[in-house]
Each structure stands twice: as structure tokens, then as C-alpha cells.
Write a protein that binds this ligand. Sequence first.
Ligand code: HPA
Ligand code: ZN
Length: 327
Amino acid sequence: ERLPELLRTMPKTELHLHIEGSLEPELIFQLAQRNGVKLAYPSVEALRKAYAFTDLQSFLDIYYAGASVLLKEEDFFDMAMAYFRRAKADNVVHAELFFDPQTHTERGVSFETVVKGLTRACETAKRELGVSSLLIMCFLRHLSEEAAFATLEDALPWRSHFVGVGLDSGERGNPPEKFARVYAKCRELGLRLVAHAGEEGPAEYIWNALDVLKVERIDHGVRCVEDPKLVQRLAAEQVPLTVCPLSNVKLCVFKTLDQHNLASLLDAGLCVTVNSDDPAYFGGYINQNFLETFDSLPALGAREAYQLALNSIDASFAPAVDKQAWR
Ligand code: HPA
Ligand code: ZN
């Protein structure tokens, strides 16, 4: 392994982490038992075996099924605390957690239950582990604009509990423009804006996330290389890309890690960060992403490690005073 100590110990932030994607099979079974939820898999091992994905949708089907065990405030708290303990072990000083309210409200779990459990975990993580965090509420892009507006309405009483909004779920056929009016409203509300774009979708979706939605960061964004003009713009404006190497391999965006374009994106001067996306499903938390990526891409060395860690701090929505302290 190359640079393992540096990669493991350097202070870093995590900016692309779906909290529902941190739910480990063991915790899924524990919560299923606690809540009397019946699972389609007989054991932890059988569930883990099902984690063989061919594309984004094949993952999402299993990911939404896993989230069905989350019913009570305590469940959301326990899930997030398990993540924060793992993040602490990887020297994550600050994490921005995506959550998918619609995955839960569609099952009859209230927005209040979700946000209270997650908020209490964020406060506990700060107090007991020294890990700072922010919540980013995501809209499911396979659902309608109307459903997104209804979710935003649900969220308004809890406005102070999340820093911004994101856009996730099946990308193809659900372009950013579909949510132009929702994002305009969020912008008026002073929310920070990010969106998944250019994971499975084309470079055009990245352009429109920037120009129509007016996002400040692009989640994934790896398909930007298909458009040199777009790469130029991302470099010139230093738009952060929250790249997730192990996710990209598991979802067949790249065949193998040694074919990943992270090193060439960095080399082109883009503000790249390394993240785990859905670590319980994709084979590793943030340090595993760093270690395997550095092992697979010979162009990455100590200089790139520092750059990636610094980028993650600069690109975060944490207060300037905290960022200064972490650099
Ligand atoms: N892409 C889109 N939606 C998601 C992802 C992802 O990588 N992870 C969880 N929801
Ligand atoms: Zn994601």
C-alpha cells in the first residue's frame, strides 16, 4: 500500500455521503428485528451477497429496500451515530450528510421523525466525538416536481436543521431542468445548492446543474471529461466535484479502479474531493476510498493527497473559522 499513514491520518471532510447508504447489513437486521419489519433476505450474509450491482438503478432498488427498516427517531439516530464513529476513525473532522426524506415520508414516516433523529446524532457527534456535521436534504429526481415542492413545504418548519439541498436517485431521464423551479425557491430561502450530475448522466446535465439549478458543487461529475469546454469551466470556476471512486466501480461507471479518471481530473486543475457515497454498499468508508484509489493510480502521491484533503475542507459549507482551524 502507498502512503497509508498519510492517507489515514490527514484531517479530511466528507461531502458526499448518503446517510441511508451507511446502513450496514448487521444494523439492517438489528433494526428489522427491533421494529418487526420482515426482510426479503434470510440473513446478513444473504443480504450482503445481493450487493452485486450492474448500474445505478440496480443499487437503488436494494438501497430503498434496506431503508424500509427505519421507522423511529431512534433508528435514524443509531444509523447516523454508527456512521459518525466510523468517520471519526478515518479522521473525518467534518461531514455533510445527505438524507432522502421522500424515501421515508412515502412509507408513512414523518419528516419530523427523520430530522429529529439525525439532528440529535449530529449534536451528539460534535459533543462526544468532536466531529462537526451539516445535513443536506435531497430530492429524489425520479419523483415529480410537485412531490419535491411538497417535501420542501414539509421541511420549512425545520429550515434551521439543514444547510442545503441536493438531488439524487436515478439520473438518466431525470435532468436537472426538471427541478429548476424547486431550486429557484430553495435559493430564495438561502439554502446552499448541490446536485448529483454526470455520474450516469451526460455532461449536459452538469452544464444544466450549474446554469439552471445554480449549484455550488457537483456530486460525482466524472463524465465532465466528455466535454473539454466543461472541464475548462469547472477548472476556471473551481467548482468542487465530490468524486466517489469505489461507488463508481461498484455501479460500473468505470470498469476498474485503475481506469478511474480522478487523477486526470486533478491534473486538469479541477477541485476534486474523495468521498464514500454509500459506504455500506460500495465496499468502504472514506479512507478505504483513498487507500484503494492511491494504490490503483500511480500518478497520485503525497502532493495529491494533501490537495484532496485541502479541497475537501475548502469545498465544505462549514463556517470559515472552522475551515481555517482544519487547514
Ligand atoms: N447516485 C444517485 N442517487 C444515489 C446515490 C448515487 O450515487 N447514492 C444514493 N442515492
Ligand atoms: Zn451519491
